[in-house]
Design a protein around this ligand. Sequence first.
Ligand SMILES: NC(=O)c1ccc[n+]([C@@H]2O[C@H](COP(=O)([O-])OP(=O)(O)OC[C@H]3O[C@@H](n4cnc5c(N)ncnc54)[C@H](OP(=O)(O)O)[C@@H]3O)[C@@H](O)[C@H]2O)c1
Length: 327
Amino acid sequence: MRAVVCRELSGPQSLTLEELPEPQPGPGEVAIAVAAAGVNFADTLMVTGKYQEKPPLPFTPGLELAGRVTALGEGVTGVAPGDRVIGLVDRGGFAEVALARAEEVYPIPDAMDFDVAAGFPITYGTAHGGLVWRADLQPGETLLVHGAAGGTGLAGVEVGKALGAEVIATAGGPDKLEIAEAHGADHLIDYRSEDIRERVKALTGGRGAEVVFDPVGGQVFLDSLRAVTWGGRLLVIGFAAGKVPEIPANILLVKNLAVLGLYWGAYRRKAPELLRAQFETLTGWYAEGRLKPRVSHRLDLAEAAQALDLLLTRKATGKVVITTGGA
Ligand SMILES: NC(=O)c1ccc[n+]([C@@H]2O[C@H](COP(=O)([O-])OP(=O)(O)OC[C@H]3O[C@@H](n4cnc5c(N)ncnc54)[C@H](OP(=O)(O)O)[C@@H]3O)[C@@H](O)[C@H]2O)c1
């Protein structure tokens, strides 16, 4: 089979496409012929050794994939060869065949294509987990979503709307803001040219947003401390801007703020039952037409480096997926 391989931690350009033997499922594992795999910011960090999970070299990147079951390891029940499934994996998604633990294999709704399915679980799971489990977002509250045309950001806009919030979206430039608006954002801020605090205050009658969803980090996070209302909650989702903010605790004290971290991937081991319930909720919303996942680019396995670069150069909107031509 063809697989993308990372042999050194020097970034996307050093990824190679190789012919490898097809992996065989061990006990409790499912082999999946991959049709498409979602590209995540984490992949860009993993191939430079900057991610919190550091797989031993060489490894095949790719954390989420969609395709058809081809074989079952010993003891696996509940799925059958031919089933259309999503698999969550620690690595290995950018290949024609991947192995997933049976507990991390999810059925794809009939109406969902493989390329949409491949990019669905991580971004929507992160948006839902952050907004529901951590921030307890309530209908009628104002939600400020940063990087709102990106993978997690756009999912944050849609999940926020599905939960009944009024959504203020920030992004860099009018084209990206147009995408956030098309996915439900009520108000738009171009953080390249506009002041986040001033615009949020103006849009909320001087009050500020109740909840902030921040996958960008750096100065955008620090500006959010001034744009959030008294008693508000700020979700630390990621640091796409490359800078981990240092939080002045005095502002938290004075404004009674809560800063909440979320690492969605941790739930895979710590609370898998929550992920399964979450997946049902999110696919239910998808079936009702409340979520409309966007895939901005589809690239072949041979173009994995370019696919990762689309995220690093801020050209991706919604999701980028890698396709195999198979399954
Ligand atoms: N906590 C979790 O469980 C979890 C789950 C998934 C992802 N994440 C993290 O969340 C962050 C974003 O992930 P994502 O999937 O939303 O990525 P993405 O699709 O690439 O979106 C990131 C957005 O950040 C903005 N950005 C600002 N400065 C940037 C820079 N220097 N380089 C690239 N983008 C920049 C871009 O929007 P503008 O051009 O509009 O500024 C871009 O649309 C990453 O740090 C990722 O690791 C965390």
